[in-house]
Design a protein around this ligand. Sequence first.
Ligand SMILES: C[S@@+](CC[C@H](N)C(=O)[O-])C[C@H]1O[C@@H](n2cnc3c(N)ncnc32)[C@H](O)[C@@H]1O
Length: 438
Amino acid sequence: MTDKKTPHSLPLSEAISITAQAVGEVMSGRSLTEVLDQLEPHERPIVQSLSFDALRKWVRSHELIKEFIPKNPPPEVDHLLSVAIALFLNENADGKGYAAHTIVDQAVSACANYDKTMYAKGLVNAVLRKVSLIVQPPEGEPRFPPDPIPMFVPSWWRANLKRHYSKAWQSILFAQAKRAPLILRINQKQYSRDQYQTLLSELGIASTPIEDVAGVKLSSALLLSNPVPVSDLPGFYSGAASVQDAGAQIAALLLNPQSGERILDACAAPGGKTAHLLELANCEMVALELDGDRLSKIGGNLDRLRLHSDKVQVLRGDASKASWWDGIPFDKILLDAPCSASGIVARHPDIPFLRREADIKSLQQKQRGILEQAWKMLKAEGLLLYVTCSVFPEEGEEQAIWFAAEHGNAVRLGAPGQILPTDVSDGFYYALFKKNGP
Ligand SMILES: C[S@@+](CC[C@H](N)C(=O)[O-])C[C@H]1O[C@@H](n2cnc3c(N)ncnc32)[C@H](O)[C@@H]1O
């Protein structure tokens, strides 16, 4: 038979094969973002979608693989099966799943695309036929029950959540196992949220305003009822809107930038929050980033959003050191610190596979180093907003308590603290400090 074409005209069998290899890369420690960045543009959307689903459904797919192949199959076959089984377990973006026979046919064809799976056609065929009877039973027979364990996290990760959130830990994992919705931040320098919502609805794209997260009023967040490619968004390439989680949109609002203020975004790439600050006020901005590859993304975003000016400096530098600093203190500092990213698993389902327990301690040290240095660069009466996209208190509240204890001139102001993941927000931590005197 001929391959079924995906919406991006990559045959499904090829997409399965590329995805299985991408999943293999994640299992050997590479970030999925990095792997996806190396694909051809026409491969990326479908491989991203299939790999996200395969990682989200890892626990269930491996229960099924174990049931039918009690001795572990070679990793390449395991990865291909996990991608195919996830296709049975998930619906497509349009709400419809692939027919069982299509998944089996395409997965068997996918075996031929890679020399390490070529021999396994018979095995893949047999296993997927059995799986299909369990997950897509004939009309009228009950479907398998929902997953009791929503998604893979390592045991130390689960223990951490249970220790800190004895009631909420399961709901955190369930919220993160869902596909994250597409949320926009409307560039207020170009459109009000109402105006942009009208533009979207004229194109048949339904959206709803998100009014607040954790009690902070949002002015620019729109939730799309169904995700669309950014190329379908009106004015996207001239900067009308950006894709940004609603929980991330409160950072700039808490810092409340004013025209003329000198602001440091200490860990800025890819520049989502830098851009939001500049959309809200004509401030003097230093966007600092350690990683050279990521630094270039800040410039790209500011170009698209038409936010470059002679008041905006994008610098490569280490925020835990002063070597890049001209010595002029800042009115406000946004410190969106490097962290475990345990709060954004819904958008990065490879994270639980990549993190190690020891990372948390070393990230804590890095965060403290940056906090210490940033505080020295803040004016008296200035504000520092400490942010992480983590749900581990070691990177959130414990850091804020440590910081306030170390700095007698740090006054804590109102901020949401720990935000747990919901349907419209990833997990974040926010603490706001005012510098009381020099
Ligand atoms: C959570 S991300 C920032 C996201 C960004 N604020 C946004 O909203 O688009 C943290 C960033 O800090 C950078 N980083 C890590 N250590 C750093 C350091 N010592 N100095 C400056 N940037 C650092 C990382 O490369 C990463 O890009």
